[in-house]
Design a protein around this ligand. Structure first.
Ligand SMILES: Nc1ncnc2c1ncn2[C@@H]1O[C@H](COP(=O)(O)OP(=O)(O)OP(=O)(O)O)[C@@H](O)[C@H]1O
Length: 256
């Protein structure tokens, strides 16, 4: 569904993203892990259409990614960013409603009845219906992340990109948001790429893990295939014990 061929990107500051060959299959939940500065967010920004001056080929549904207009790409890819701020203090409903703009047939955007239903359902899915008229600025960090997930749900795209969306959240919020996202993507067979710093959550959440370092994909495979002591040592320079989750049977990392 998404194929990378000899993709190269640089900000011009010495960092180089080099992805020779990578295939992302429809319906897979894929986590991207790797140390700070590995290029994880850069990869997400390329796939979201923010960074377009890469070399090589990224094929999304038979067409080169660069050739999609922003509007067309917004119908295919939704992003839950690491952080989101607005210069105006919109209420939650208005923030979520921006997800429907790509589907508008007019130049100025008026929500249809169907849009309103989709927005209500998305706010309901993350448990924020009662807050929909509250200003975004009055929400906590975790609630803001829920708003961004609702926005991505309402965008109804086949691909979802999550950039460390749980990094500021407490364990309870993290678990509930991961559950919401996993249920939704499994039900609707969405393809997900999610950047994680928490390797244990990555193992629990995903079908496959991509391990990046210095701008390249070093390993990829199921959590059981890629998460072992020597990879943790090579990639993160850490001494780790690996145990098996007692119920989910995926690897879990402990500090030595
Ligand atoms: N807008 C930018 N301009 C110049 N350099 C950038 C920019 N954004 C990121 N970089 C650099 O590119 C490299 C990769 O950054 P990126 O944000 O993709 O890493 P990451 O793996 O997401 O890191 P982290 O885990 O710390 O979020 C880093 O060296 C970073 O300093």
């Amino acid at each position: 569904m998404i194929t990378f061929n000899n993709v190269r990107f640089t900000y011009g500051n010495g960092f180089f993203l080099k992805i020779d060959d990578l295939k992302i299959i429809k319906g897979d939940i894929i986590s991207i892990i790797g140390p700070n500065g590995a290029g994880k967010s850069t990869l997400i920004k390329i796939l979201s259409g923010i960074l377009r001056n890469y070399k090589g080929e990224i094929i999304l549904n038979h067409s080169e990614l660069k050739n999609y207009s922003y509007k067309e790409l917004s119908k295919k890819v939704a992003v839950v960013p690491q952080e989101f701020n607005t210069s105006f203090d919109y209420d939650l409903e208005s923030i979520v409603s921006t997800s429907r703009i790509p589907f508008s047939k007019r130049i100025s955007f008026f929500e249809s009845e169907q849009d309103k239903r989709i927005i209500d359902k998305a706010l309901q899915a993350v448990g924020l219906t009662n807050y929909k008229n509250k200003p975004f600025s009055s929400m906590s960090g975790g609630e803001k992340q829920k708003v961004m997930i609702a926005r991505a749900i309402a965008q109804q795209t086949p691909i979802l990109l999550l950039d460390e969306f749980s990094s500021h959240l407490d364990p309870g919020y993290t678990q509930s948001l991961l559950k919401i996202v996993k249920e939704m993507v499994t039900k609707e067979r969405k393809t997900v790429l999610a950047v994680f710093h928490d390797v244990n959550n990555a193992a629990l959440f995903s079908d496959k893990i991509i391990v990046m370092k210095n701008g390249s994909v070093k390993y990829s495979g199921t959590p059981a295939e890629v998460l072992n002591e020597s990879v943790m040592n090579e990639i993160f320079e850490m001494d780790a014990y690996i145990i098996k989750h007692p119920i989910k049977k995926v690897p879990q990392i402990l500090f030595k």
